[in-house]
Design a protein around this ligand. Structure first.
Ligand SMILES: NC(=O)c1ccc[n+]([C@@H]2O[C@H](COP(=O)([O-])OP(=O)(O)OC[C@H]3O[C@@H](n4cnc5c(N)ncnc54)[C@H](OP(=O)(O)O)[C@@H]3O)[C@@H](O)[C@H]2O)c1
Length: 329
């Protein structure tokens, strides 16, 4: 088993390395790949220094699996080149997510769709993954009609440059800006680029990817995505209207019984999910579970998860684990 990490020097890539090591992913060789800027740089994996190589050199080595986190344009150009030599690509960018021929996978929900023929597999957007992890069991039981979500997203969701912008601003250092405005002491209602409708691409990912993962285009979703000055971990206020009524105890039981979801919900002792505690963990945390009293069959929740782990690296590695366990690579 030869595995390549494309984007190994980035935020997601470095968490992938950590997750592969923690989970002791079975492999004989690891290729670390980044842009021409990083070729020759050394990165440690299991106490061994590995030299970063370029994309063509990695293709030439025909890895069995390539975990991509190097941006959309790199994926568009290079994922097919890896697929052509027989590599199965699992891609973190938005390049392939809405392609009709590509599967968009959250292993706990729809990994069973995967076959040997899937050579490019898409990993959903971080804010979508954590939301559908909590929504999937509830949709199955009560059938969702409409979801209204507002996100509070950390700077690590934008990459290395944005984390540096926040750190510089906190330290009072003038540096490169990843956002059009300061992010420290601020909230920017603008994640990714604006579309013609006035929504951002990030907001529309929550709409389109949710429908694709849950395989139901009748679910109405509307979103507002906001960047806030937290270092790691996205939070979401989610309002869901179901076709059928629910019982709050049963909702808590359903969520607690879902693999990868942890309920943190006891307002008597101020227990609710927060990014500072979700940071570094693989689970999706759900709290503030309460009935929306303004209309029937409606629920409010607060969902928090580490965007670099379950939102990206962990979900990708879980897909790779599923492929290996089911002899699909
Ligand atoms: N951050 C998140 O929470 C998150 C969540 C889900 C998905 N994603 C997606 O994952 C991808 C990476 O995000 P990130 O946050 O890790 O960004 P990042 O910290 O900026 O890292 C980008 C990585 O891509 C590499 N890269 C850039 N251009 C390249 C090129 N032309 N050829 C080869 N490698 C290239 C960089 O290599 P150099 O160091 O050599 O420049 C670096 O390793 C993006 O597509 C992003 O949308 C991010």
């Amino acid at each position: 088993m030869k595995v390549a990490i494309v984007g190994a020097t980035g935020l997601v890539g470095s968490v992938m390395l950590k997750v592969l090591e923690e989970r002791n992913f079975p492999m004989d060789e690891l290729l670390l790949v980044a842009s021409a800027r990083s070729i020759g740089k050394e990165i440690n994996y299991k106490n061994k220094a590995i030299k970063v190589i370029g994309l063509q050199e990695a293709v030439n080595q025909k890895p069995n699996i390539a975990l991509f986190s190097a941006g959309g344009s790199t994926s568009l150009e290079w994922a097919p080149k890896f697929a052509e030599v027989g590599t199965t690509v699992i891609d973190n960018s938005s390049a392939w997510r809405m392609d009709l021929d590509k599967k968009l996978v959250v292993p706990e929900i729809n990994a069973n769709q995967l076959t040997k023929n899937d050579k490019i597999i898409a990993n959903p957007n971080c804010s979508t993954i954590q939301m559908v992890m909590a929504l999937a069991p509830l949709h199955k039981k009560y059938k969702m009609k409409r979801v209204v979500v507002s996100t509070y997203q950390s700077v690590s969701g934008t990459g290395v440059k944005a984390v540096e912008q926040l750190e510089n601003e906190i330290a009072g250092i003038k540096g490169e800006m990843a956002y059009p405005y300061p992010i420290a002491k601020n909230a920017i209602p603008h994640c990714d680029v604006f579309e013609e409708t006035g929504y951002t691409k990030e907001e529309m990912k929550l709409v389109r990817e949710t429908q694709k993962i849950l395989d139901d285009n009748t679910i109405a979703v509307t979103a507002t995505a906001v960047r806030i000055p937290t270092a790691g971990g996205h939070s979401e206020s989610v309002n869901v209207e179901f076709e059928n009524d629910f019982n709050l105890t049963e909702v808590r039981e359903l969520l607690s019984a879902t693999d990868g979801v942890v309920v943190q919900d006891n307002t008597d002792v101020n227990t609710y999910p927060m990014p500072m505690y979700a940071n570094g963990k693989d689970d999706v945390f759900v709290g503030r579970i309460r009935r929306d009293m303004s209309q029937p069959n409606s629920l409010n929740m607060w969902i928090v998860s580490d965007n670099l782990r379950k939102g990206a690296a962990t979900n990708t590695v879980q897909i790779a684990e599923y492929l290996v366990a089911n002899s699909l690579v």
